[in-house]
Write a protein that binds this ligand. Structure first.
Ligand code: ZN
Length: 255
């Protein structure tokens, strides 16, 4: 099957599939990019990432997240705020002149917290695992200084926002993450990617009031309005290049 797909792509199947997208602007997102694929941490290997960037650049207009293209376009973003977004991914983004948005958790200011918040079963030994090292204020600043990079908020501590029971808890979470990131990068933070893609109308209305203007989930919440919520397809490091492209087209045909 893998070999057959490869052959079909060589014969141009992928270009036919991309035609199905019409003039859509599609959003894709990543997490950790590592020199080699790390199955435990669901990373995307550097070589795969580079091949995807080269392909997107060739077959799409690559735009900053939040900008709608006039022809078939794509945007790139990253969730959680891994250090390798700076050390591994950024050099590739620069090489192909590709803009990207990095959604970072606000608790970045509290050293050593994020890895554990992202995996509640983790302990402090996680901070030493290369695939799992997170940005700190200094490295976030370095990343944000690239003109290709926009920083967005991924909540304060990566909890599901719909699970926060009190009004104050929700508002503080949204406000603190925005404030902390803005203080570090000295630029406004207006984009919000919901941790776990979890949202509802109540969260969106308060986030908007606090100053967020762009909202990103993964799939629609059937119990919430779809208006102004943007969706993103997660590229998988586990599967082949061809399957990722097929899944991307499938995902966006339903949107
Ligand atoms: Zn996340």
């Amino acid at each position: 099957m893998k070999a057959l797909l490869k052959l079909l792509f060589k014969l141009g199947l992928d270009r036919l599939l991309l035609l199905l997208l019409g003039w859509k602007t599609v959003n894709v997102f990543y997490h950790s990019i590592t020199p080699v694929y790390d199955p435990e941490f669901k990373t995307v290997a550097l070589a795969d990432f580079e091949r995807q960037m080269r392909y997107f650049k060739k077959h799409f207009q690559v735009l900053p997240l939040g900008v709608k293209g006039k022809r078939r376009s794509i945007t790139i973003s990253f969730d959680d705020g891994f250090l390798n977004n700076l050390t591994v991914a950024l050099p590739i983004l620069i090489k192909y002149d590709i803009p990207a948005t990095i959604f970072v958790v606000g608790s970045i200011e509290k050293e050593g917290n994020q890895a554990i918040q992202l995996r509640p079963w983790a302990d402090h030994s996680f901070e030493k695992i290369e695939s799992w090292r997170m940005l700190d204020p200094g490295t976030l600043k370095a990343l944000a200084s690239s003109e290709l990079i926009t920083i967005g908020s991924h909540g304060y501590d990566h909890v599901k926002l719909t699970k926060i029971e009190s009004y104050d808890g929700l508002v503080n979470n949204l406000r603190e993450s925005k404030k902390t990131l803005e203080k570090i990068i000295k630029k406004p933070v207006k984009m919000l990617a919901f941790p776990y893609g979890d949202y509802d109308d109540y969260i969106v209305s308060h986030a908007r009031r606090i100053g967020y203007t762009h909202f990103y989930a993964v799939t629609p919440n059937p119990k919430a309005g779809k208006k102004d919520i943007n969706f993103r397809f997660g590229i998988s490091g586990k599967t082949t290049f061809e399957v990722n492209i097929i899944n991307l087209v499938k995902f966006w045909l339903w949107k």
